[in-house]
Design a protein around this ligand. Structure first.
Ligand code: SF4
Ligand code: SF4
Length: 472
């Protein structure tokens, strides 16, 4: 099977400016799309209800610029992990595109999934695509007009409810899900929350109900550059023109006419296409590799007793050996490196963050009783969803004592080089702590460690610092 031009990746485009009436199609790829769509939608709806330690497991706290992530809080200083996860998602997408073309668009893109859902509703209310088209052509007058009005009202009402439900689920990733629904429907939600819900509902209604494939065709930037990731081995939906041509209608019961190919020109591959193209014209940038035309054509082939696969996923070239391996280098290796970096990051993930800075105004202070003091500011973040008690200890600074810190840290009576700090869930707090040495150390800078131990988790964070011993 040849693609229209071996050198041209985007050979043909189709005028798809008119309204597309998508014919419903059943088959292997449609089933796969629907199941994936349901699975992802269920995941989208269920995640905000997951609870850990009595709190929402996944939530973005816009006010604190933090993400609650399954019992941890990702603070701005941890945003490297967010960047890493985005990079993994991007490279996984590029890698999948290189191997299988626009399968993201065809199978799992939210725009596709919600459009599929809205079209499903349309078919249930208006009937097959041909009836939708006829309804559009009907005037708004008389009994027919009233019937059209009732059908359209029903369709747009269901679309509106689905849009509102989608918006509420989306906003529940930002606002606690448990209170959002009751607050929203009782009118107790803040004006900001209400506005965001209605805004996202409107976006869903417009995108999935009215704009649909126009978003993919004219607005999505990813559609524009992903063909640059294709190579000759990328498996794309293609029509086998050598086998299909010359196309032409014929009777099912009759033998294939001499000189004719397998394409019976039923046009079903065009009628089911969600972006309204004719794949027989060759690869087109609009094609989202969804496989619906394959299902349609296979069904026709079976009816005529011809082998299936006239339209199929196909790569022009099947590299072997090293060439095959080299296809997986690049995106594949980058993905592995990023996954390794993420695992490494998670293996070092602690539920506490500690940063230390010294008082810049006064490096050291000599008191009237001959004691040398350095003051430090310790910023401690409890990234968990439970209150925490920490033991802060000085290590490697012989004879040093901690003077009572502010706020609410108390020097331990038994060990003067340690103190206890208490933080509320997700609290991020600064403590000003003074370190005192009774004698002049006779050294400008003495290195030591601050060690913060979470007494519940037995998790330890250590930060290096130095005591300034000059000035005495
Ligand atoms: S041409 Fe086929 S694979 Fe491409 S978008 Fe249309 S139906 Fe989907
Ligand atoms: S569905 Fe198959 S047989 Fe029918 S027009 Fe398309 S390519 Fe030809």
């Amino acid at each position: 099977m040849q693609r229209p031009s071996e050198n041209l990746i985007i050979p043909v485009t189709t005028d798809s400016s008119g309204k597309i009436y998508i014919r419903e199609q059943f088959g292997y790829f449609q089933r796969l799309r629907r199941r994936l769509g349901w699975l992802l939608m269920l995941l989208f709806m269920a995640l905000p209800w997951l609870q850990i330690d009595g709190r929402q497991a996944l939530r973005i706290d816009v006010e604190r610029f933090a993400i609650e992530w399954f019992g941890f809080v990702v603070l701005p200083q941890d945003f490297a992990i967010v960047a890493l996860l985005f990079a993994i998602a991007a490279f996984a997408l590029f890698y999948a595109t290189k191997l299988y073309g626009r399968i993201w668009c065809g199978y799992v893109c939210p725009q596709t999934i919600w459009s599929l859902l809205f079209v499903w509703v349309e078919r249930r209310i208006e009937g097959p695509a041909s009836k939708s088209k006829a309804l559009d052509a009907q005037p708004w007058r008389g009994v027919a007009g009233l019937r059209k009005l009732a059908i359209r009202l029903a369709k747009h009402s269901v679309w509106g409810l689905l849009s509102l439900a989608t918006a509420l689920v989306f906003v529940s990733y930002f606002v606690p899900a448990r209170s959002l629904y009751s607050d929203f429907f009782q009118g107790n939600a803040s004006a900001a929350v209400q506005s965001w819900v209605w805004f996202f509902a409107l976006c869903t209604y417009l995108n999935a109900g009215l704009v649909r494939e126009k978003m993919c065709l004219h607005m999505c930037p990813y559609a524009r550059f992903q063909s640059s990731m294709f190579d000759r081995a990328t498996r794309l939906v293609a029509y086998d023109s050598a086998r299909g041509e010359a196309r032409g209608a014929r009777k099912k019961s009759a033998d294939k006419p001499t000189g004719m190919g397998d394409c019976v020109d039923c046009n079903l591959c065009v009628q089911v296409c969600p972006v309204g193209i004719d794949i027989r014209h060759g690869l087109q940038y609009e094609c989202i590799n969804c496989g619906l035309c394959i299902d349609a054509c296979d069904a026709t082939m079976r009816q005529f007793g011809y082998p299936t696969g006239l339209i199929r996923y196909h790569g022009d070239h099947s590299p072997k050996g090293l060439a095959r391996l080299s296809r997986h280098l690049g995106y594949g290796v980058a993905l592995l490196v990023l996954l390794g970096a993420t695992l490494l990051w998670f293996s070092h993930l602690t539920s506490t963050a500690l940063t230390v800075s010294r008082d810049r105004q006064q490096l050291s202070r000599l008191t009237s009783d001959g004691q040398l003091e350095n003051t430090f500011t310790l910023r401690v973040s409890n990234k968990t969803l439970a209150p925490r008690r920490y033991q802060l200890t000085l290590q490697g600074l012989a004879g040093a004592r901690l003077l009572p810190a502010t706020p609410s840290a108390s020097a331990s009576s038994s060990a003067t080089n340690s103190t206890t700090l208490e933080l509320k869930p997700q609290e991020d707090r600064e403590f000003v702590i003074t370190v005192a040495l009774a004698d002049c150390p006779g050294q400008a800078f003495i290195p030591f460690n601050w060690q913060l131990r979470d007494t519940t988790r037995q998790e330890t964070v250590t930060v290096k610092a130095s005591f300034y011993g000059g000035g005495c």
